[in-house]
Design a protein around this ligand. Structure first.
Ligand SMILES: *Cc1c(COP(=O)(O)O)cnc(C)c1O
Length: 415
């Protein structure tokens, strides 16, 4: 099921012509398909339907409250990494007892906010953090439910910037030290040990790393059980990859089967933290060609979306298909697709074979639903773009395009 399709020569999102939206909201904008979002969430969640589980969508992948609302309605929870994400999840009506909180640098005010909100659990990433959570829980007269984020030292075979479970990684506590830390946690008055957590990386396209991580985590859980720990929740993180180009990641069904087989006899409630696999291919970035330009050695297509709108190609060298919104017969040429930002790292595609583009025409940057708008900035004083959600033959602006006033709203010239 694919909801970004050509009808004749024209690209549609569900029942809405992309060009029609452009006429009304301008460019660039992110465009999401509600049907695809729901479909991806349901497919993923149903894989685990035979076991007790909570699908905690990783808010950082795409944090628009309209999108959180969709997953909340489908019974999903949230994996958050900041107070801001907690605020969004609650504002979108997500239930605090389905919210887990990860991240190496939780601040006191964020910890307090999470404690007062009664979230399901903290995924603790260091011994010092554990002590701060214990102190804050004491101060607020609460008990903090925790899991330790265990670093299983598994290579997820993905981009180094999104590998998180290697020994040299800043995330989690090394699996060899985890047991000791759980023993320490047991002595803390305001801590309730609720589970074990791990997350090894993102855009993982092989099943092997998941299998290895699960095997190691299971060993730890068995040892802990023999020491009398009660492990209610097993949080296996997110990270399942998607096809951007020629990748062939495991289907959620095979991924789920591997996880469930690995831990079925432990009697834990599973927590999953999928992000990209749910939203990545449910969104595109629509941009307009401003100019084409022949350089000495290269040809450029200059578009109105830049690295501030979509930074993945710049920082990860990631590939996104780029296709015309209106198809026509024309020859293929080799180009760099670049934005207006004053940085050489500002590109959406390099040395890409694609149909010769014309000034004024629209291009669709595919697979842009995850880590797209969520990573956008105002660099070069560019107002952030609009976000649009299509439902059937209607569309809704779920985030207005920023204006110039928004750029300076928080600024002040001293008297
Ligand atoms: C980023 C992140 C996720 C989601 O990763 P995806 O690759 O988008 O599925 C899940 N859990 C944690 C702790 C993360 O940091």
């Amino acid at each position: 099921m694919h909801h970004f399709q050509y009808k004749g020569n024209e690209l549609y999102c569900e029942g809405v012509a992309v060009e029609r939206i452009t006429k009304e909201v301008g460019t660039p904008f992110y465009l999401y398909s509600n049907a695809t979002l729901e479909h991806h969430f349901k497919v993923f969640d149903e894989v685990f339907s035979d076991v007790p589980h909570i699908t905690c969508y990783a808010v950082k992948a795409n944090s628009n409250i309209a999108i959180l609302d969709i997953f909340g309605r489908l019974g999903g929870g949230a994996d958050i990494v900041s107070g801001g994400e907690l605020f969004r999840a609650l504002r979108a009506g997500m239930s605090p007892d389905k919210i887990v909180y990860s991240g190496v640098g939780k601040k006191v005010d964020e910890i307090d906010f999470a404690l007062k909100s009664d979230i399901l659990m903290f995924n603790v990433e260091s011994p010092q953090e554990l002590r701060v959570i214990n102190d804050r829980a004491g101060a607020l007269g609460k008990k903090a439910r925790i899991a330790i984020r265990v670093n299983p030292d598994v290579d997820p075979k993905t981009h180094p910037y999104i590998s998180t479970g290697l020994k040299k990684s800043k995330f989690g506590i090394d699996i060899k030290r985890a047991l000791d830390e759980y023993r320490n946690a047991r002595e803390l008055k305001n801590i309730e040990i609720a589970g074990v957590d791990c997350h090894i990386g993102s855009q993982i396209t092989e099943i092997g790393p998941f299998k290895d991580a699960v095997r190691k985590i299971k060993e730890l859980v068995l040892t802990m059980k023999s020491e009398g720990f009660e492990i209610k929740y097993l949080d296996l993180g997110g990270g399942l990859g998607i096809p951007y180009n020629a990748e062939e990641p495991p289907h959620p069904f095979d991924y789920g089967k591997t996880l469930m087989e690995g831990v079925s006899d432990l009697g834990c409630t599973l927590i999953l933290e999928p992000g990209r696999v749910i939203v990545g291919n449910a969104g595109i970035l629509v941009t307009k060609v401003l100019y084409t330009k022949e350089g000495e050695e290269k040809s450029f297509v200059i578009v109105d979306a830049g690295m501030n709108d979509m930074i993945r190609p710049s920082i990860y060298g990631s590939f996104h298909f780029i296709q015309p919104v209106i198809k026509e017969e024309r020859k293929d040429v080799m180009v760099d697709v670049v934005g207006p930002i004053c940085e050489s790292g500002d590109f959406l595609a390099k040395e890409r074979q694609m149909p010769e583009a014309r000034p004024g025409e629209l291009l669709a940057v595919m697979s842009a639903g995850a880590y797209g708008f969520a990573m956008a900035s105002n660099y070069n004083s560019r107002p952030r773009v609009a976000e649009i959600l299509v439902q059937g033959d209607q569309y809704h602006v779920i985030r207005k395009r920023e204006g110039y006033e928004d750029l300076i709203r928080m600024e002040k010239i001293p008297d």
